[in-house]
Structure formats: structure tokens, C-alpha cells
Design a protein around this ligand. Structure first.
Ligand code: ADP
Ligand code: MG
Length: 559
């Protein structure tokens, strides 16, 4: 029995493929530029192994040109080109990747700069093209060839004239339709922005003729429009640069350029990780809370690049919700992309990166807290609320990550304190971490319940936000010290003696208390003698786990 190869209706297959795998048409530009970059990379690798060749960086570039009249977009490169056989194989067989083969043949282990691997990117051009023409001359051949196809009826290859080694891809753009505007690929601004968006960090110059206004030669008063060749990509991504060569201003400029916020970054983290999964990242802590931060509209996420090519604008999986305020980019060569290169195939690497990033952010925050308290407090003003929510989320699964990052107002020194600082200076006989809840610092200070605790010389944390008490209820304790509301029934302050005295006083006045209780019937649960009052005659206290403030909030919540 012979096994027969599958026949395929290639025209339909091509159509289906290109229209189903890419979410946006403009991606074809990214794909063609990536191919051009790969072709130049191959020249570079060739020069590494061939002594007769030298790789002079200036000779290698990618150029985008438009022909308005003929509605053509032309992408030229000075890369390795293709022989007739290579044309046949690489552009004639769908899903055949010459680049993947190149990587394997040359055993380029760190050949991670070569982008191609699926053998389909080129055909994405048919999303925008009526037909595509390729002129190419290989470094291994003196004869150039022309490849042409309308994407439907197959392709033709014939010898052609081309002087220099490299490839020229001509996209004959489709006519506009009601839904689709193909003219925009002829617009220099639009093109430039697409290149910037997806291919800014391609390592070779991407050139374009851009119109600029300049003073006329004969009359300086007037300006004229002239074409000027510009390099539109930044080439070396800032995250690949050495930290030591970068200044705060560089990072700030990047933050602004990326529109991460209107503010300045409070601090940044620049990572170059070479572990189980390799990646580079630049992360920013913003200074201010984005206006929509605590709303449903806010979308967390980092930009995700694979080898300098943009894959996802906002990859939410890279950040836990409680660090959702972090902005920045991640670039990894170890991602397994899906065929459209817009998504990931496995999230194993992503999970590893996310975990790693989470820890780095945590460490950075701890360092900031230790070394630049003022800055940390600015940060905490903006995002402390988020950290407290973070503790409460997922049934406290993250509490160990976050508990040391919390700050609370305190009765001591009227400044924000950490739980560690609180516990550190607790007198030996103090059993609990005390807290009091209220609308503001001043109001809490006037609560009758605080007096007794303060009198003992104990510090009290002042909770002014709804979330404060919920967060510590989730934490339950810190370094084995339980939290206790100053409004709780038993404050754990009295000595045995005092307790006994209290009990006997209670007995003596039993009738009085019963009388008061009857008078207040239904409004209070019990009436007792209190030891915690000094200047105030009476106070309300909560019996059990929920403080009066918390009860109020719970009552406001919809069922
Ligand atoms: P991939 O880039 O994933 O390999 P493509 O469909 O984009 O798939 O390209 C198919 C193959 O065509 C590439 O692997 C490469 O061998 C060849 N090719 C495409 N464009 C060029 C170019 N500009 N110069 C040289 N070879 C090219
Ligand atoms: Mg490709």
C-alpha cells in the first residue's frame, strides 16, 4: 500500500488561513518586515562562518516605499535573497519556513533573532493585496527572479533583472470597500505608525521617505515640502541596553513615549533574566493613580514582545490583580507563539515569567519601603488601597506576599507605620495589635475606647478606609499577634485582679444594669461595667468579631 499525500484546494486553504488567523489586516506589514529582518540576519550569520564575507552594518536595511499612482506598497531589503529553488519552496509551499530550516541547518542555538518559523506570514500580504510581486536575487546566484501571485490561482516564477542581492516585495493594494480602507497603507503617517507599533525594535534600520517642510533654497521666508529619507524604527530596544548606560531620564522618556501615563514613573525595574525562561523587562510604578484605576474600565497588563516584535499590547496574565498598576514591557525569546504570532500557544513560559515578575515587583517595593520611605509613601497613597484589596482577594492566598507592604496610620508619631514596626516596639506585656476604626484620624483619636489602650502605653493602628479592617480580618494575625479592635468586648488588658474587681462591681450594680438594659431594650445586647473608660461616662462596644464600623459597611452591602 502506498500512502498518498493529501490534495488540498490551496486557493480556499490560503483564503481561510489568512482571514482566520490574523485579527488585524495591518499585521501583514509586520510579517513582511520580519521576513526582511530574517533575510538580513541570515547574511549576518553567513558572515560569521565565512571568512570571505564581512558584514558591514550600514549596507543592511529595510525600506518602505509607496507608489500612490499604482497603489503599490513596496518593501525592499538587502538580505540574503532567494534562489529559484528557494522561491519555489518558500513561497510556493504553504507552511514551509525557510527560516526555521535555516536555524536548524546552521544549528544556531542562540539564533533567536530569526523570527520566522511557521511559513505562513508572507501570505498575510494577500489580506491587503490584489496581487503580490517579489523580485529577489540570492547571495548564491547571479540570476535574479520574479515571483508573482494573486493568491488565488497559484504563482509564476521567471528570471528577472535585479542588480543587487536582496528582495523586493510589491503589494498591489486592493481597492477600498465599504468596510475596508486599503488606501491607508499608502499614507506615510499611517505606515510609520504601523511600523512603530509592531516593528520598532527590529535591529536593522527601516527607512521611509517622509515629507518634511523646509525653508526654500532661494527664499528662506517660505517653506517647501520635500521628501527626506528617515529611519523610522528605534532599532535597539531600551530594555536590551545595559542598565549602566541608561539614566533615569531615559526611562522617563520611554514611559512617556509609550503613553504609560501622564505622570512620571515613581521608579522602574529593569530586568534581564537568564533562568529557566529568558526574558527582559522594564517595569514602572506610576506616581499617580490613573483616573480609572479603581473602576471596571481599567485594564491591567504589560506589553509582550517576542524577539523585539510586538505580540500583545496588554497581556493581563503577566500581572497579578494586586500589582495591576504596574506598567511596562516584557520581551522573551522563549515564548511559544501560536501561528498568528498574536497569541501564545502554551502558557507555561508565561506563567514562569509572571511569577518571576511578581516577585521582582514585591522585592522592589520592599526595597523602596526600606530605602526611600517618602517615595514609598507616595506610592502607597496611590496604590495602597489596591494592596489591601489584594490581601482580601482569593481568600487571603496572597497575604504573605503583601502583608509587609502595608502601611497604616498610627497613634504614635502620627505617621504611617508598617506592621513590622508596630510589633517591633510592642511592650512585652502587650498581647494584641490594637486598631480603631473611624472616618478620620482626628475622630478616631477622640473615641472613648482608645483612651484605655493608649493609657497602657500601647500603640493603636487607625483605620480610616473601609478596606483596612477587611484586610486585617483576612490576615488574622501578624507574627503570631492577633489583631484586636479597641471596641472589642475583652481587650486583654486587665490583670486578674482587675478582672475580679470588675466582676464584683458588676455584681454590686446588677440591678442598675438590668434597669438600663430594660430601658434600652432592643437597642443593646447587654449592659456592663467598663474598665476602659476614663474621661467618658459610657461607650458602645462590639461583642464578637465584627466591629461597629464593619457592621455598618456590611449593612450597606446589597444581599
Ligand atoms: P516564516 O517567516 O515563518 O518562515 P513566511 O511565510 O513569512 O514564513 O516566509 C516563508 C519563507 O520565505 C521564509 O522562511 C524565508 O525563507 C522566505 N522569505 C520570505 N521573505 C523573504 C525575504 N524578504 N528574503 C528572503 N527570504 C524570504
Ligand atoms: Mg515570516
Amino acid at each position: 500500500m502506498t500512502t498518498k499525500p493529501f490534495q488540498a484546494e490551496s486557493k480556499r486553504l490560503l483564503e481561510m488561513m489568512i482571514n482566520s488567523i490574523y485579527s488585524q489586516k495591518e499585521i501583514f506589514i509586520r510579517e513582511l518586515i520580519s521576513n526582511a529582518s530574517d533575510a538580513i540576519d541570515k547574511m549576518y550569520y553567513r558572515a560569521l562562518t565565512d571568512d570571505t564575507l564581512t558584514f558591514n552594518k550600514d549596507d543592511y536595511y529595510i525600506k518602505l516605499r509607496t507608489d500612490q499612482e499604482n497603489r503599490e506598497l513596496v518593501i525592499t531589503d538587502t538580505g540574503i535573497g532567494m534562489t529559484e529553488e528557494e522561491l519555489e519552496a518558500n513561497l510556493g509551499i504553504i507552511a514551509k519556513s525557510g527560516s526555521l530550516a535555516f536555524k536548524k541547518e546552521n544549528e544556531i542555538k542562540d539564533g533567536h533573532d530569526i523570527i520566522g518559523q511557521f511559513g505562513v506570514g508572507f501570505y498575510s500580504a494577500f489580506m491587503a493585496a490584489d496581487y503580490v510581486t517579489v523580485y529577489t536575487k540570492s547571495a548564491d546566484s547571479s540570476q535574479a527572479y520574479k515571483w508573482e501571485s494573486n493568491g488565488a490561482d497559484g504563482y509564476t516564477i521567471e528570471p528577472a533583472e535585479k542588480e543587487t542581492v536582496g528582495t523586493e516585495v510589491i503589494i498591489k493594494l486592493r481597492e477600498n470597500t465599504e468596510d475596508e480602507n486599503y488606501d491607508e497603507y499608502l499614507d506615510e503617517h499611517k505606515l510609520k505608525s504601523i511600523v512603530k507599533k509592531y516593528s520598532d525594535y527590529i535591529r536593522y534600520p527601516i527607512k521611509m521617505d517622509v515629507s518634511v517642510h523646509q525653508p526654500k533654497a532661494d527664499n528662506e521666508e517660505e517653506t517647501e515640502e520635500v521628501q527626506e529619507e528617515q529611519i523610522v524604527n528605534s532599532m535597539i530596544p531600551i530594555w536590551r541596553k545595559n542598565k549602566n548606560e541608561l539614566t533615569d531620564a531615559d526611562y522617563e522618556a520611554f514611559y512617556q513615549e509609550k503613553h504609560y501615563g501622564f505622570d512620571k514613573p515613581l521608579t522602574h525595574i529593569h530586568l534581564s533574566v537568564d533562568g529557566a525562561v529568558r526574558y527582559q523587562a522594564i517595569l514602572f510604578l506610576p506616581e499617580n493613580t490613573p483616573f480609572d484605576y479603581y473602576t471596571k474600565d481599567y485594564e491591567k497588563g504589560l506589553e509582550l514582545y517576542s524577539n523585539g516584535v510586538l505580540i500583545m499590547e496588554k497581556c493581563g496574565d503577566l500581572l497579578p490583580d494586586y500589582f495591576g498598576f504596574v506598567k511596562g514591557i516584557v520581551d522573551s525569546e522563549d515564548l511559544s507563539l501560536n501561528i498568528s504570532r498574536e497569541m501564545l500557544q502554551h502558557d507555561r513560559q508565561l506563567k514562569l515569567i509572571a511569577k518571576n515578575i511578581k516577585n521582582k515587583i514585591k522585592t522592589q517595593l520592599k526595597t523602596l519601603l526600606k530605602e526611600d520611605r517618602e517615595k514609598y509613601e507616595t506610592f502607597f497613597q496611590s496604590f495602597g488601597r489596591q494592596l489591601k484589596f489584594g490581601i482580601q482577594m482569593d481568600f487571603g492566598a496572597n497575604k504573605d506576599d503583601l502583608k509587609d507592604l502595608l502601611l497604616f496610620h498610627s497613634s504614635k508619631e502620627k505617621k504611617l507605620v508598617t506592621l513590622a514596626e508596630y510589633v517591633e516596639r510592642m511592650p512585652e506585656d502587650q498581647k494584641y495589635i490594637y486598631y480603631a476604626t473611624g472616618e478620620s484620624y482626628n475622630r478616631i483619636e477622640k473615641l472613648p475606647q482608645t483612651e484605655m489602650v493608649l493609657d497602657k502605653g500601647y500603640e493603636i493602628l487607625y483605620f480610616t478606609e473601609d478596606i483596612d479592617e477587611f484586610a486585617i480580618k483576612t490576615l488574622m494575625s501578624y507574627e503570631d499577634k492577633e489583631f484586636k479592635s479597641v471596641a472589642a468586648g475583652d481587650l486583654g488588658i486587665e490583670s486578674e485582679e482587675e478582672k475580679e474587681k470588675e466582676e464584683s462591681e458588676e455584681k454590686e450594680n446588677e440591678e442598675l444594669f438590668t434597669e438600663i438594659k430594660n430601658l434600652l431594650s432592643g437597642k443593646v445586647k447587654d449592659v456592663r461595667a467598663s474598665k476602659r473608660l476614663k474621661t467618658h461616662p459610657v461607650c458602645l462596644s462590639a461583642d464578637g468579631e465584627v466591629s461597629i464600623e464593619m457592621e455598618k459597611i456590611l449593612q450597606q452591602m446589597p444581599d
